[in-house]
Ligand binder design. Structure first.
Ligand code: NAP
Ligand code: G4F
Length: 330
C-alpha cells in the first residue's frame, strides 16, 4: 500500500471501552487509525459506530500470530496500542487458561509480530493495577512489588514483564501503562461501576426493585477512561520507553460508589442493595490506590474528572439511554 506522512496507529481491542476513546482521541490528533477486530457471530461495534467511517478495520485475533503479522505488514503502523484482553477478573477464575492465552501470551504474539515486521514500531501494553493485588505498599508506584490475586492479574503480570523483556532484549520502544480502574458510560455492564449506574437507572425508572452486589468493602482508585487514553498516547511520544502508573491518587469503597449513585436520583441505597455471595471472588483485591506522580512529572498527565463527577456522568447516561429506549418502544 502507498504510505503517506500521516501517523498511523493500530489499536487492538478497539471495540472495547478504552479502544473507542483512544480511537476518538487519535482521530482528533489527525492520526490514521486501524482497529483490529476479531470475528464474532454478531457485530459488536456499538462503541465505535459513531466513528466507524473514519476508521480502517482489520481482521485479527490475539490468539492467532499470523493474523497479527498480516495486519502489521499490511498497514505498517507507527504505533501499536495493545488494549485487547479477556479483561473481566471474575471470568478469569472460570476461564484461567483462555485468560492466560489471550491476556498473557497474546502480548508475546503481538511483540513477536512487531519484532519481525518492523522493530521501529512504538508499542503500548495495557498493564493493570490488578498486578498489585494483595498490595505490599500503599499507595502503589512503579516500584511497588507485584502480588496478583487472580488468573487475570497473573496474566497481566506476564504481559507486563514480556513487554519489559522485549524492550531490554531487542531494544523495542515497548512501554507499559499500569492503569488503575477507569470507567465511563461505555464500560461493560458486568463491571461494578456500570452495574451500579445501570441498576440505579433501572430502579429509578421502575424496571427493577433491587440490585445484587458482592463485596461492598473493596476499595478502588477509579478514574474516567476518557482522561486515561490521553496518558497512553503521551507515553509513546517520549524519547524513551518506560513504565507508568496512571491513577487519580484517591480510593473509594464500592459502598461509597453505591451511595453516590443512588443519591444522584434521590434514593436510599440501603433499601435496594442486596449482598449476594455469588459475586464474591475466590481471592479479592481489597485496596488499590495509585500514586500518579511519575506520570504527572514525566509525561505531564493529570486526571481531570473527579470520582463524584464520574459516578454522576454514568448514572445520568444510563438514565438517558434507558428513557430514550422506553420512549422508542411506546
Ligand atoms: P474491554 O472493554 O473488555 O475491551 C476488551 C477488548 O479486547 C475488546 O475490544 C475485545 O473484543 C478485545 N478482545 C478480547 N479478546 C480478544 C482476542 N482474542 N483477540 C482480539 N481482541 C480481543 O476492556 P477495556 O476496559 O477497554 O480495557 C482495555 C485494556 O486495558 C484491557 O487490556 C484491560 O485488561 C486493560 N485495563 C483496563 C482497565 C480498566 O479499568 N478499564 C484497567 C487496567 C487495564 P470484542 O469486542 O470482540 O470482545
Ligand atoms: O468492577 P470490577 O469487576 O473491576 P476489577 O476487578 O477491579 O477489574 C477492573 O479493573 C482492573 C484494574 O485494576 C482492570 F485491569 C480489569 O480489566 C478491570 O477493568 O470490580 C471492582 C470491585 C471488586 O473488588 C469486586 O469484588 O468491585 C467488587 N464488586 C462488588 N460487587 C463487584 C460486585 N464487582 C463486580 N464486577 N460485580 C459486582 O456485583
Amino acid at each position: 500500500m502507498a504510505m503517506s506522512s500521516t501517523k498511523r496507529a493500530l489499536i487492538t481491542g478497539i471495540t472495547g471501552q478504552d479502544g473507542s476513546y483512544l480511537a476518538e482521541f487519535l482521530l482528533g490528533l489527525g492520526y490514521e487509525v486501524i482497529g483490529m477486530v476479531r470475528r464474532s457471530s454478531t457485530v459488536n461495534f456499538e462503541r465505535i459506530a459513531h466513528i466507524q467511517d473514519e476508521l480502517t478495520l482489520a481482521s485479527g485475533d490475539l490468539l492467532d500470530e499470523g493474523s497479527m503479522i498480516g495486519v502489521i505488514a499490511e498497514h505498517r503502523p507507527h504505533e501499536v496500542y495493545n488494549l485487547a484482553a479477556q479483561s473481566f477478573v471474575q471470568t478469569s477464575f472460570g476461564q484461567p487458561v483462555l485468560t492466560g492465552d489471550v491476556t498473557a501470551l497474546g502480548v508475546t504474539r503481538l511483540l513477536e509480530a512487531i519484532r519481525v515486521v518492523d522493530p521501529d514500531i512504538r508499542f503500548y501494553q495495557a498493564s493493570s493495577s490488578e498486578m498489585f493485588g494483595k498490595v505490599v505498599e500503599v499507595p502503589q508506584t512503579e516500584l511497588t512489588p507485584f502480588y496478583p490475586r487472580s488468573p487475570y492479574g497473573v496474566a497481566k503480570l506476564y504481559g507486563h514483564w514480556i513487554t519489559v523483556n522485549y524492550r531490554e532484549s531487542y531494544d523495542l520502544f515497548a512501554t507499559s501503562g499500569i492503569l488503575f480502574n477507569h470507567e465511563s458510560p461505555r464500560r461493560g455492564l458486568e463491571f461494578v461501576t456500570r452495574k451500579v449506574s445501570h441498576g440505579v437507572a433501572q430502579i429509578k425508572l421502575g424496571r427493577a426493585t433491587e440490585l445484587r452486589l458482592g463485596n461492598l468493602d473493596a476499595q478502588r482508585d477509579w478514574g474516567f477512561a476518557g482522561d486515561y487514553v490521553e496518558a497512553m498516547w503521551k507515553m509513546l511520544q517520549l524519547d524513551e520507553p518506560g513504565d507508568f502508573v496512571v491513577s487519580t491518587g484517591e480510593t473509594h469503597a464500592v459502598r461509597e460508589l453505591v451511595e453516590v449513585a443512588f443519591s444522584r436520583v434521590g434514593l436510599d441505597w440501603e433499601q435496594y442493595v442486596k449482598v449476594d455471595e455469588k459475586f464474591y471472588r475466590p481471592a479479592e483485591v481489597d485496596l488499590l490506590i495509585g500514586n500518579p506522580e511519575r506520570a504527572r512529572s514525566v509525561i505531564g498527565w493529570e486526571p481531570k474528572t473527579s470520582f463524584t463527577d464520574l459516578v454522576h456522568m454514568m448514572v445520568d447516561a444510563d438514565l438517558e439511554q434507558l428513557s430514550r429506549a422506553e420512549h422508542r418502544s411506546r
